[in-house]
Design a protein. Structure first.
Length: 400
């Protein structure tokens, strides 16, 4: 434990804290200032933004011990602030909030924009605001409110704000590095991705995820076992239309040799998309492994997806084959926010299971040629609910 003293909204708080405690927890739990919200706790969403020595910082990635002897200002601490006095009614006028979860961080960043960028146009405001995420408003009202205040404070219309602007510039140019610069490595938007291993077996219950890191994008691994010899499964997997028919939501529109075009429809809770794209299959006969490289775009959300589906056949016994699947994908655009959630990983794990079941059914030699197969189309509701249900059971320790 380390003994620290931090001034929060004018009141000194002295505590012994663990070195790992972040500033947001210190502010909320020790300072009792719960207006500071935590969204991602990864420095991404901006909900936790507060001022430290008048500089906006993300309190979820700032250690409380790094703020020893410094001044913190949260959304509760602006009663006499002339910029907030304009921003608050502007946010109301422009309907710049709905649930209000992002608003404490938004206001802090908005205040910084008004002080630091007095001549900002809409594009500049949007750029400066891009580190604060709002899941409700669509940003039009927020940008409008900030521009409204910028318009009101042009020139010397508010001398107290002009003085604050000068003070802000002076801090920025000061030789003494304030805590915001000393305690932080600036956040850079990079996607290091995360991954989960999902075991799927047509006869086994779902196993929990085992996370590891992928170099790029999101990686999900899984496997399924089919009761046929590896040579037969390998032959079947070369038949791209047959393989596509086993994948829930997939539909081929063109097929020429190892190249295909088609679409994949996805619907899961709030996420609904139909990706149109092309893919190419590369097969390595000697190792019975292959990779399907594809890219597509959802015209509705303008999201783009790139992905490699690699698989390898492993002889589990002379009469059964395990198929190891390694999916590496990245999403750009509005749907990217869903790409790494645990539910999506569970969902993809279930897709792999469904795919394995369909492969086994389609390879069944006893199946009558005209027998109806279960549709390979995605049953979003039942799949979605089964994923949610298995999560709930895991949560309450009921097992798979
Ligand atoms: S909670 Fe700190 S940036 Fe999201
Ligand atoms: S108003 Fe709900 S997250 Fe921004």
């Amino acid at each position: 434990m380390t003994s620290i003293a931090v001034e929060i909204n004018g009141q000194e708080i002295r505590r012994d804290v663990p070195a790992r405690m972040h500033l947001a927890d210190f502010v909320r739990e020790e300072g009792r200032q719960t207006g500071t919200h935590l969204g991602c706790e990864h420095g991404v969403c901006g909900a936790c933004t507060v001022l430290v020595d008048d500089q906006p910082v993300r309190s979820c990635i700032t250690f409380a011990v790094a703020c020893d002897g410094h001044k913190v200002r949260t959304v509760e601490g602006y009663a006499d602030d002339p910029v907030m006095a304009l921003l608050r009614p502007a946010f109301s006028r422009h309907h710049a909030l709905q649930c209000g979860f992002c608003t404490p961080g938004m206001l802090t960043t908005a205040r910084d924009i008004v002080l630091r960028c007095p001549d900002a146009d809409e594009q500049k405001v949007r750029l400066e605001l891009s580190g604060n995420l709002c899941r409700c408003t669509g940003y039009v009202g927020i940008v409008g409110a900030i521009r409204d205040v910028l318009d009101q404070t042009r020139g010397d219309a508010h001398p107290e704000i002009t003085a604050l602007r000068e003070a802000t510039n002076a801090i920025r140019n000061a030789a003494v590095i304030p805590i915001a610069k000393a305690a932080f490595t600036p956040f850079e938007a990079t996607d290091t991705g995360s991954s989960a291993t999902l075991a799927s077996d047509t006869s086994a219950a779902e196993e929990p995820a085992d996370a590891s890191t992928a170099a790029k994008g999101t990686r999900i691994k899984g496997h399924f076992t089919v009761p046929y010899p590896a040579a037969e499964v390998w032959r079947f997997m070369a038949d791209l239309p047959a393989v596509a028919a086993c994948l829930p939501g997939a539909e081929l529109t063109e097929h020429a040799g190892s190249r295909v075009k088609g679409r994949v429809a996805i619907k899961f809770g709030p996420m609904s998309a139909s990706f149109n794209g092309a893919a190419r299959l590369e097969r390595d006969e000697s190792s019975r492994s292959a990779v399907l490289k594809g890219a597509g775009q959802d015209s509705l959300s303008q999201s783009r997806a790139n992905g490699d589906v690699a698989y390898r056949l492993v002889e589990a016994s002379p009469a059964s084959t395990r198929v190891d699947v390694d999916l590496l994908y990245s999403l750009q655009g509005p749907l990217a926010q869903f790409s790494r959630s645990g539910l999506v990983k569970d969902f993809v794990g279930r897709l792999i299971q469904e795919f394995g079941k369909n492969v086994a059914l389609r390879m069944d030699p006893t199946r009558a040629p005209d027998a109806q197969l279960p549709p390979a189309r995605l049953n979003a509701m039942s799949l979605g609910w089964s994923v949610l249900w298995s999560r709930i059971r895991r949560l309450f320790g009921a097992g798979g």
